[in-house]
Design a protein around this ligand. Structure first.
Ligand SMILES: [Zn+2]
Length: 547
């Protein structure tokens, strides 16, 4: 039985063998036919020329983090234009927060505010409360004196030594409140783990927003351990969301490398690093499955912690650092590869990227595996030779289009003019034969795919500067990234990312064709409906018979 047939549609299939169609039929949750209305159709909906694409897939996002952030103080710029405005919104939230409780904010960027918030000013804004403000990159945070006291950081200089991280201090050795990279785990020790029910609610909140934006699949970039995790039992929150009918979109979960461990399996199996019972990449089903293991090689470009070969531009703030030493990173990556995992390593700076490419090359040479499809997340400052090497190794790079707009000015300042055209490549990756996925890293920046697609085409910073414009791609290429490219990065291109018979019935209906309008109009197109598994899960009310 056919559940839904869309007719009079402008269908962009992303299938090179059959790029366009005017009708698409779905039955039993899968696409069954193009350009025809099956005789068994019970529901035929006239789209009156609206555009249909494969549902968008965000290949790198933090779904729980985003869902939680919806309840936190919004510190992004805009709307927060200065540190004084930031302190004012923190003071307002403190008034409705009980003494001793937490005021949590997220999204501030010191590049736009002039400096990181200061512990003493936060103490004045929120007397008696604990304050924790996360940087927009997620790679650092600022806390007030109450939190520093909980952590003993004022009393004990030795406690400020954190491998793979930094507790910033002033010239007198007093902590400023800024905690970088793994030093954030210190705050985590006070607030984590969160109750699973709170995480399930966060997932449901995020899913509601994703469906409004046309997202039908997303990849969560790290759960269960390290500073990105909210609970060691995070997967149970996703399973609960699914059981309760609140998952909304299909979710692939990356597993933080910190939680992999020896399994005691037969030595001949080569399972040197895994999860209990031997579950690994690919376990699960079309709604909830395990993806890659997530490894962190370095930090943030705008936060100037990412590991570069040459120093940051301007203020002599060094070359950044690796989150573990190169041997340890290599060992983690090789063990995961050998044990059958897809590996996704966060690497921003060209020095970190070299370490990761070396590790992937060694892993493939020592333990050959067909098409492991390892990934490098962000792939931000990339020398030409590194593009060629990544392509030769079959690596998928996962850059974020929206970073150009929201973080681009800070990135240009961080690398200076000589390295400008190494930033966030797209076109040269496609020209090297690599597959380009689409992703946001939400909540780091706004996550609506139409914004990301527009930014992949337009490549301008918030201040209007061109952002490595030679790497701009066409709208068609950007749409392909957010659909087929992301499916490829998840090893799921056989079930999603294109509109063809047999594929999952995941579609987005748009007011107009993003590949046919002028680039400055793409971000403003309306999502009319989002269909997952043949069921309409978001309906803007513009199409009769869909809801
Ligand atoms: Zn991320």
């Amino acid at each position: 039985m056919t559940d839904l047939t869309l007719v009079n549609a402008n269908v962009l299939t992303m299938d090179p063998g059959r790029p366009r169609a005017s009708a698409v039929a779905i039955a039993g949750g899968r696409i069954t036919a193009l350009d025809e209305v099956p005789a068994s159709s019970t529901r035929v909906v006239d789209l009156r020329g609206a555009t249909v694409l494969p549902g968008f897939h965000d290949a790198h996002n933090h779904m729980i983090g985003y869902g939680m952030s919806l309840g936190e103080v919004e510190l992004s710029t805009p709307p927060i234009g200065s540190l004084d405005e930031l302190y004012a919104v923190i003071a307002r939230r403190a008034q409705t927060t009980a003494p001793g409780d937490w005021v949590v904010g997220s999204g501030y960027d010191q590049n736009k505010l002039g400096a990181h918030p200061d512990r003493d000013a936060l103490d004045r804004a929120a007397p008696g409360r604990r304050v924790w403000l996360r940087h927009t990159s997620g790679h650092m945070c600022v806390v007030n004196s109450a939190v520093l006291a909980d952590l003993g950081l004022d009393r004990d200089a030795a406690a400020t030594e954190v491998p793979g991280g930094r507790v910033a201090t002033d010239s007198g050795g007093r902590p400023t409140g800024l905690l970088e990279e793994r030093a954030q785990l210190l705050v985590g020790s006070l607030v984590y783990p969160y109750p699973l029910a709170e995480l399930t609610d966060a997932i449901a909140r995020a899913a509601g927003q994703y469906l409004r934006e046309g997202i039908t699949s997303c990849t969560e970039a790290g759960i269960g351990g390290g500073w990105v995790a909210h609970s060691p039992a995070e997967l149970a929150a996703y399973q609960a969301a699914r059981d309760q009918g609140r998952l909304g979109v299909r979710v692939e979960l990356m597993v933080a490398s910190e939680v992999l461990h020896g399994l005691g399996a037969h030595a001949g199996d080569g399972l040197v690093a895994g999860l209990d019972l031997g579950i690994m990449t690919g376990f699960g089903d079309d709604w909830l499955r395990l993806g890659a293991v997530k490894v962190f090689a370095d930090g943030s470009l705008v936060g100037r912690t990412a590991a570069l070969h040459e120093a940051y531009a301007g203020d002599g703030s060094g070359r950044g650092y690796l989150q573990a030493d190169a041997d340890e990173l290599r060992a983690t990556i090789i063990a995961a590869h050998r044990s059958g995992w897809q590996v996704a390593t966060h690497a921003i700076g060209d020095r970190a990227i070299d370490v990761v490419l070396d590790a992937y090359a060694r892993a493939l040479a020592e333990y050959p595996r067909r098409d492991p499809r390892h990934r490098i997340e962000h792939f931000a400052v990339v020398q030409p030779r590194q593009v060629a090497r990544a392509a030769a190794l079959g690596v998928t790079a996962v850059p974020q289009g929206r970073f150009a707009t929201e973080l681009g000015d800070g990135m240009l300042a961080a690398v200076g003019p000589e390295r400008h055209d190494w930033l966030y490549r797209q076109r040269s990756l496609l020209e090297a034969g690599m597959v380009l996925p689409g992703s946001s890293d939400r909540p780091v920046v706004a996550g609506a795919p139409l914004l990301g697609i527009a930014d992949m085409v337009n490549r301008r910073t918030a201040s209007g500067e061109p952002f490595n414009p030679g790497e701009a791609i066409t709208a068609e290429q950007a749409v392909r990234a957010y659909t087929r490219g992301s499916a490829h990065a998840s090893r799921q291109e056989h079930v999603k990312g294109t509109i063809a018979a047999g594929m999952l019935g995941d579609l987005v209906v748009l007011s107009e064709d993003p590949t046919a309008v002028s680039p400055d109009r793409i971000a403003g197109l309306a999502v009319l409906a989002t269909i997952v598994g043949g069921r309409c899960r978001y309906d803007a009310g513009a199409v009769d018979g869909l809801g």
